[in-house]
Design a protein around this ligand. Structure first.
Ligand code: SAM
Length: 260
């Protein structure tokens, strides 16, 4: 089951790696600046970025730390990220193929670990968090950014159904209460640094995932038939013909300090 999920991730992200390099949501997100500014950096740190995608997070941190490694399950993403770093002439970053749930790094080898918009694809997030805690030095910080599910069952089901229909490699948007429990279990403190909504244009969102047409139609119906609470929470906007224009996902930046 887990390996089927990981095959699904590789299939999904090998077809559109370049889109993730160019998409403003990933390349220019305000959250990147927020992540960098949320930690005191001295330029001596080593950083691991898990689920690095096209490399935006590692590349945003690179000027502020000594060395960055990004790891990602999808080989094509790793290739795109390495090319991107070369193109930007950033030399203290390298990207390697690797699984968040089985990190090939020594215990206590990084000052910082980051993971941005990737954890909702991990079949066993608690396993990934245990690995992240293992490779962090004592006192090191983990920075997680992801979209999350509200605590309410209806809202949770709505957003997870939406994301899973669009992209079969989506596992689950977790609740912040779930993250809190997992962080504490693996020896990380838990602090929500900020929460915000990210607005996604519907057409661009399904195009990036290469969602097949029949499934796009089901997504349209899912958004159109959303309850008033779901429409309000996720700020669903429809045009005059009733077709979805955009909606928001709920995002958070969380810090976990090892052994704090
Ligand atoms: N972090 C990137 C950024 O800041 O632009 C965006 C990440 S992209 C939306 C999600 C990435 O997670 C994909 O490249 C995918 O291959 C990766 N991924 C999914 N499951 C993974 C796993 N178990 N281990 C490592 N990477 C994984």
């Amino acid at each position: 089951m887990e390996s089927a999920r990981k095959d699904s991730v590789r299939r999904q992200f090998s077809q559109n790696a370049g889109d993730y390099r160019d998409e403003p949501v990933f390349a220019e997100g305000e959250d990147l600046r927020r992540m960098v500014e949320s930690v005191a950096l001295h330029g001596t740190e080593t950083l691991l970025d898990v689920g690095a995608g096209a490399g935006h997070t590692a590349l945003a941190f690179a000027p502020h730390v000594r060395e960055c490694v990004g790891c990602d399950l999808t080989e094509q993403m790793v290739d795109v990220a390495n090319q991107f770093a070369r193109q930007k002439q950033i030399e203290n970053v390298r990207f390697v193929v690797g699984d968040a749930e089985d990190l090939h790094f020594k215990d206590a080898s990084f000052d910082l670990v980051t993971c941005r918009f990737a954890a909702h694809h991990f079949p066993a997030v608690s396993k990934a968090l245990a690995e992240i805690s293992r490779v962090l030095k004592p006192g090191g910080t983990f920075l997680l950014v992801d979209h999350y599910a509200p605590e309410d069952d209806e809202l949770d089901a709505f957003v997870n159904t939406l994301d899973r229909m669009r992209d079969p490699s989506h596992v689950r948007e977790h609740r912040l209460s779930e993250y809190r429990d997992w962080f504490l279990e693996v020896g990380l403190s838990y602090r929500e640094v900020s929460r915000w909504d990210i607005r996604l244009a519907f057409d661009n969102w399904v195009q990036r995932a290469r969602t097949p047409l029949p499934m796009r139609q089901r997504l349209v119906e899912h958004l159109q038939s959303a309850s008033p609470a779901c429409k309000e929470t996720f700020s669903v906007t429809l045009d005059d013909a009733g077709l979805p224009v955009s909606f928001c996902l709920k995002c958070a930046l969380i810090h976990g300090v090892k052994g704090a």
